[in-house]
Design a protein around this ligand. Structure first.
Ligand code: ATP
Ligand code: MG
Length: 415
């Protein structure tokens, strides 16, 4: 589990703000659920055969002898909440959530034990059009953050019946090659054979290249639905590739399954995963409700953004100040500039001008504003360019009371 340090928090806030804007423009409201749930919810909601439930959950028995679990994902909790609070009787719901999730995994780049997700769930919408709307929300948000090299991978898992047909075909194929399967896949062959498609083992993947595909087992209706979704995505100019091995790690998906991957993340390439889960609400005690959702891994977005040189922690102005009156005046000025949305770092050290200037350069601010005893006597301040590329004059003197001009001068350009 890792700390998020001051040098990184602004990047997080930026993404959170963008997400909030995107979701709100799409009529998606926020829901906040507890970090802790009864263990049973995840066992029933995610499935006992999955890695998450089988190996990755943080569970403990509380003082009332109840088995509790730190949420490993958001969907089961949101489903529990909308059922418990009767939200599903109020028409279709478009909801988003964000926050920490917990999984006992081997930590590595882009994989932590406490990590953060941003997720969206649509309840009460069943059309291929709603799938496309949900996918477009994820796609446009990731594009808007400035990510390139993204690929939308798409698959259809069909209905439960389609998957039963496919399961029979897949098992009879794999049973002929059990010696080529690893231990994990052998176990899955009995418990949950479709999960083998998700195997990270190269030999298993090679074998799967020759295996029957789910596309061939889809009913006419499922095929038509999948075609329709592809046509809408083409109309929306969202590029995609079909990946027939995409089954996703959790048990509850049906029809549409998708992932958005980045070519800049190495092994942990998936930034967003989602799919349709029409049976889950009913399975957890609610009314039959078609549903679809996705979750985005925040840490992987942060890694991708760190590759870009985007330094939002840099101030616009570094305020160099020394002397009793000057220090008060500097504080006054800092407040006025901040009120005009200008980012100001105020030097509070009282050390020599030389030392303060060194720090000003180190801060990478565009401007240093200087106030000392001399400036107080003249009722002036000096603004110096710290940006070597700036073509503005090196040092300018402003009247201290001419706040509008000062603000105008140091204000950053809007992007
Ligand atoms: P993976 O195959 O990478 O383990 P998953 O299928 O377990 O992913 P989901 O449960 O679909 O992932 O979660 C959605 C997203 O959350 C993932 O695409 C990823 O970006 C992020 N995520 C999942 N587990 C972790 C983790 N342990 N640390 C950081 N991010 C994670
Ligand atoms: Mg996982």
């Amino acid at each position: 589990m890792v700390d998020i340090l001051p040098s990184e928090t602004e990047r997080w806030q930026r993404i959170e703000t963008l997400a909030r804007n995107h979701f709100s423009l799409a009529g998606i409201d926020e829901i906040r659920t507890p970090l802790l749930e009864g263990t049973e919810l995840f066992k029933r909601g995610i499935g006992e055969g999955t890695d998450v439930v089988g190996k990755e959950m943080y569970c403990f028995v509380d003082r009332g002898d109840r088995s509790c679990t730190l949420r490993p994902e958001g969907t089961a909790s949101v489903v529990r909440s909308v059922i418990q609070n009767g939200l599903l009787s109020q028409g279709p719901q478009r909801l988003w959530y964000g926050g920490p999730m917990f999984r006992y995994e081997r930590p590595q780049a882009g994989r932590q034990r406490q990590f953060h997700q941003l997720g969206v769930e649509f309840f009460g919408l069943s059309s291929a059009r709603s799938d496309a709307e949900l996918i477009s929300v994820a796609w446009d948000f990731l594009k808007d953050i400035g990510l390139n090299g993204l690929t939308l991978q798409l698959n259809s898992l069909g209905t439960l019946e389609d998957r039963i047909h496919y399961r029979i075909k897949l098992v009879s194929f794999l049973e002929e090659f059990t010696e080529l399967l690893d231990e994990n896949s052998k176990k899955q062959l009995i418990k949950n054979p479709l999960r083998i498609l998700d195997s990270k083992n190269n030999d298993v993947q090679k074998l799967l290249d020759k295996a029957p595909t789910i596309g061939d087992s889809l009913s006419k209706e499922s095929k038509e639905r999948f075609c329709q979704l592809q046509q809408i995505l083409k109309r929306l100019e969202i590029p995609f590739v079909i990946n027939q091995k995409l089954v996703r790690g959790l048990d509850y998906y049906c029809q549409t399954a998708f992932e958005i991957t980045s070519d800049q993340l190495g092994a942990q390439a998936t930034v967003c995963g989602g799919g349709r889960y029409d049976d889950l609400v009913e399975q957890l005690g609610g009314p039959p409700t078609p549903s679809i959702g996705f979750a985005i891994g925040m840490e992987r977005l942060i890694i991708l953004l760190s590759e870009k040189t985007f330094d939002s922690n840099i101030p616009n102005v570094y305020l160099v100040n020394k002397g009793k009156e000057a220090e008060l005046e500097a504080l006054f000025l800092a407040r006025n500039l901040r009120a005009a949305n200008i980012k100001v770092e105020l030097d509070n050290s009282g050390s020599s001008f030389g030392k303060q200037f060194k720090r000003a350069n180190k801060s990478k601010a565009s401007w240093a504003i200087v106030i000392g005893d001399e400036e107080i006597i003249n009722g002036e301040i000096k603004i110096k360019s710290l940006d070597k590329l700036s073509n503005k004059k090196d040092e300018l003197v402003f009247n201290m009371s001419d706040m509008q001009n000062i603000i105008q001068f140091v204000k950053p350009f809007d992007h």
